[in-house]
Design a binder for this molecule. Structure first.
Ligand code: ADE
Length: 229
């Protein structure tokens, strides 16, 4: 069983609509759609934006479906000059940039209890997905660090800081939380993020303009690659 979690309908509806023999279970107000996607047993859920929404959804999925892999497709703000709207960032690792106990001497992003900052994505699976993405994307397909926080970033200076502090190529609001839950449950995890904006002063205009098309690309990618991973 492969698990797929997206924050918004635009990130998962086009996957759900390709599934056959579906069974829906509603838990904690979230629909978990289990079925056959391209011959692969899959469970798909929309978690809603933000880290707590994402973590709750991932933990329910882990306990209820015991997936062997969880993928988090969706959109993100691009960080750095080389990352453009329409590109894909295949997660190398995910970091919660707003987890901050630095006043107590910890590095920013340090996850108490687990003793880590970065949650690495499953390398071999990410490489297979990247190879498929290269056939599908018009923009660049890049590996990179994805950072997560409970904020829609629309500030060039924040972007610069996220780049300097973590080497981030994209920022969003869920993957670090899902990766954290996967780590706790020993489930391999991959984050895939199409760039919808540059997380700068233009982001509030770019996001509503480009998010739908960017999300459609990760949907297309999941549907194309599901039977190859
Ligand atoms: N998802 C897409 N764009 C984003 C941004 N700029 N900040 C946070 N999450 C995002």
């Amino acid at each position: 069983m492969i698990g797929i979690i997206g924050a918004m309908d635009i990130e998962v509806d086009g996957i759900k609509s390709e599934m056959q023999e579906t069974e829906i279970k509603n838990i904690a107000g979230l629909d978990f759609v289990k079925g056959n996607l391209g011959g692969v047993e899959t469970v798909v859920a929309r978690c809603n934006p933000g880290k707590v929404n994402a973590a709750a959804c991932a933990q329910i999925m882990a306990l209820e479906y015991n997936p062997e892999l969880i993928i988090n497709p969706g959109v993100a703000g691009g960080i750095g000059e080389g990352v453009k709207i329409g590109d894909l960032i295949v997660g190398e690792s995910c970091i919660q940039y707003d987890m901050d106990t630095s006043a107590l001497g910890d590095p920013v992003g340090f996850i108490s209890g687990l003793g880590v900052i970065e949650f690495p994505c499953a390398k071999e699976t990410a490489a297979k997905i990247k190879a498929e993405a290269e056939k599908i994307y018009d923009g660049q397909v890049m590996d990179g660090i994805i950072v997560t926080g409970d904020k829609f970033v629309s500030d060039g200076e924040v972007c610069l800081k996220l780049k300097e502090q973590f080497g981030a190529k994209a920022c969003e609001m869920e993957s670090g939380a899902i990766a954290h839950v996967c780590y706790m449950n020993n489930i391999p995890f991959v984050a895939l993020r199409s760039i919808s904006d540059n997380a700068n002063d233009d982001a509030s205009v770019d996001y509503p303009t480009f998010a739908k098309a960017a999300a459609a690309k990760t949907v297309e990618l999941i549907n194309a690659v599901i039977d190859k991973i």
